[in-house]
Write a protein that binds this ligand. Structure first.
Ligand code: IPE
Ligand code: IPE
Ligand code: MG
Length: 240
């Protein structure tokens, strides 16, 4: 593929509605969704994507019915154990972004374990957004920058885009080139608000549990046809 996005981010949406359509409970949809995560991760690695960021649980998702939150945490716990081999065998470096301190202790421990175990892998970055909110991430960065200004570590006039980037949870990753959202919703829902400034968006009506390699490839092909101008005009791009 000629113009492969190097970083793809996905808002994996539509699990609950997909399950309800079949008279199943929402958790059934989340279980199927977890299987799709594995398939798409392996496929992304196979075709040469360098980083994949998956929105798995938002800060706002904590306010869902407690039964659903509990079910999702159990699934996450299972995922972190069962995916260990997929991650290691595929030379994937695993990481998480979000307010991880809010997650159950046992999940926090699994995250630290898997992150350390895979830290020298360089085939692809897999980043899970958990307990993640884009506004919350920005506020956290602003707090840390303010503290560093007050202690004299940085001077306010030195604050620029690069410095701000370095205070975000995503400091180790480039911004996404392509964002995919499944299930027909066309909104960001508090995902990577800062990082998506020049990302290409791809919306697809298919709910996440039915999302396949073919759909992923359709998104990549759509990306490959686009001209990213970053504020410039076409002729300038050809001169670069
Ligand atoms: C996405 O599917 C997974 C999470 C947000 C955890 P949803 O659970 O949002 O499913 P819908 O959008 O209600 O169908
Ligand atoms: C966004 O989906 C969060 C995840 C996919 C994890 P939501 O289902 O929570 O978003 P809204 O409520 O439709 O905006
Ligand atoms: Mg949803």
């Amino acid at each position: 593929m000629k113009n492969l996005p190097s970083h793809v981010a996905i808002i994996m949406d539509g699990n609950g509605r997909w399950a309800n359509q079949q008279n199943k409970d929402r958790l059934f949809g989340h279980k199927q969704g977890a299987k799709v995560v594995r398939e798409i991760t392996e496929y992304a690695r196979e075709i040469g994507i360098k980083a994949l960021t998956l929105y798995a649980f938002s800060e706002q998702n904590w306010n869902r019915p407690q039964m659903e939150v509990k079910g999702l945490m159990n699934l996450l716990k299972e995922y972190l154990t069962s995916e260990k081999n997929t991650i290691l065998n595929n030379n994937i470096r695993f990481s998480c972004i979000g307010n991880l301190g809010k997650l159950p202790k046992i999940i926090q421990e699994s995250i630290v374990f898997l992150t350390n175990l895979s830290k020298n892998n360089d085939g692809m970055d897999l980043c899970l957004a958990l307990s993640y909110g884009g506004k919350e991430e920005i506020i956290d960065a602003v707090k840390k920058i303010s503290e560093d200004c007050m202690s004299g570590k940085i001077r306010p006039e030195k604050i620029n885009n690069e410095l701000f980037d370095s205070y975000l949870y995503t400091k180790n990753l480039p911004p996404p080139d392509l964002l995919i959202r499944t299930s027909g919703e066309r909104r960001i829902s508090n995902f990577l608000l800062w990082q998506l400034a020049y990302t290409e968006f791809y919306f697809i009506d298919v709910p996440w549990p039915q999302f396949s390699k073919e759909h992923f490839l359709m998104a990549i092909e759509s990306f490959e046809k686009r001209e990213r101008r970053f504020g410039l005009i076409s002729t300038q791009l050809k001169e670069i």
